[in-house]
Write a protein that binds this ligand. Structure first.
Ligand code: ZN
Ligand code: ZN
Length: 347
């Protein structure tokens, strides 16, 4: 069948809407009529070839839609189901079989070098996904709100709920108040953190963070976040969501004893950071990389949808919708910081 897809043809080039022909479904694949897709930072760094995804490419990895066909071996979803799409994985390596598919041995091959991007290529009217990377949704959540749950929202919320697991009363500090950082902030509030610090360079983001529940905000362009957080007694948990080496250093330096710093922001490949070894060693501090919130999407996304339904996870407050053919404007607005999380509507 013929579909319309936003194609990136050259490094840093525009998204160009083109007609494309979809091949036959394999036994373990599903065809999804895409209703909406979030735009994630990873899409833009792949367009710019920080990660060398072969071009031309159809990017997009926060798609949601309705299943319109399913291969003969698919049992998890059926035609007519509303689904969100998430990262893909092999299902056979030791990580996948231990419930840790975010660290699949074949993660790069499945998400960046496969037949489709993250098993979906959701900047299109239709996606071919795999049974392993689709999650059935109930009727309670609109697809244009659920779409970014498959990557950005899951990444921030999962880092807090699945990995950092702060205790009630803890001090949490999030570096970066974009979609990932704000989802993490909301999750920290769910866990009962008493002090929630948002660090960013933009006043408008910090304002939004405060509206969503940050008890303290630090504008790192004017104030040293390490000093500000140490004045609060240090952070029990920090999350680095900017990809900046300086922010990694600050997120580690502002930890209280036995505190844990999670890293979810991705800088360019090969980026290094220096640390004060004794600061880490003598107080049992931990630095922890986290991919996709270490979530098993089929279990975790319904949990987030439930929190959203109960009003505890209002991530739609920082989403902005665009028509599909405005994809370049949406990408530009994300990069300029004019919007936090652009979501494309395909129809
Ligand atoms: Zn695997
Ligand atoms: Zn992403």
């Amino acid at each position: 069948m013929n579909i319309t897809a936003a194609v990136v043809e050259e490094q840093g080039g525009p998204f160009v809407l083109r007609e494309r022909e979809l091949g036959e479904l394999r036994d373990d694949e599903v065809l999804v009529e895409v209703a909406a897709s979030g735009i994630c930072h990873t899409d833009l760094i792949c367009r710019d070839q920080w990660i060398p995804v072969p071009l031309p490419a159809v990017l997009g990895h926060e798609g949601a839609g309705v299943v319109t066909a399913a291969g003969s071996a698919v049992t998890a979803v059926s035609v007519g189901d509303r689904v969100a799409m998430s990262y893909d994985s092999c299902g056979a390596c030791p990580r996948c079989t231990n419930g840790n598919a975010a660290y699949c041995d074949e993660f790069f091959a499945y998400n960046f070098a496969g037949r489709s991007f993250f098993g979906q290529s959701s900047f299109a009217t239709h996606s071919v996904a795999h049974e392993r990377n689709v999650v059935r949704l109930d009727d309670s959540i609109p697809l244009e709100i659920a779409a970014p749950f498959g990557c950005g929202i899951q990444t921030g919320a999962g880092a807090v709920l699945n990995v950092l697991q702060p205790a009630p009363g803890d001090v949490f500090a999030g570096f970066g108040a974009g979609a990932v950082g704000l989802a993490a902030l909301l999750a920290a509030r769910v866990t009962g953190c008493e002090t929630i610090v948002a660090v960013d360079l933009r006043a408008s983001r910090l304002e939004l963070a405060r509206e969503l529940g940050a008890t303290h905000v630090v504008d790192a362009s004017r104030e040293d976040p390490v000093e500000a957080i140490r004045e609060l007694g240090g952070a029990d948990r920090t999350l680095e969501a900017t990809g900046s080496p300086q922010a990694v250093r600050a997120a580690v330096d502002s930890l209280a004893p036995v505190g844990v710093c999670g890293i979810v922001g991705a800088p360019a490949l090969g980026t290094e950071v220096s640390l004060d070894v004794n600061h880490v060693m003598t107080a049992g501090r931990v630095i922890r990389g986290i991919v996709e919130g270490e979530a098993v999407p089929q279990e975790f996304l319904p949990r987030l949808v439930d929190l959203w339904r109960r009003g505890q996870f209002p991530v739609d407050r920082f989403m902005t919708q665009y028509d599909f053919d405005d994809i370049d404007r949406a990408a530009h607005d994300a990069e300029s910081g004019a919007v936090v999380k652009p979501v494309l509507r395909m129809h």
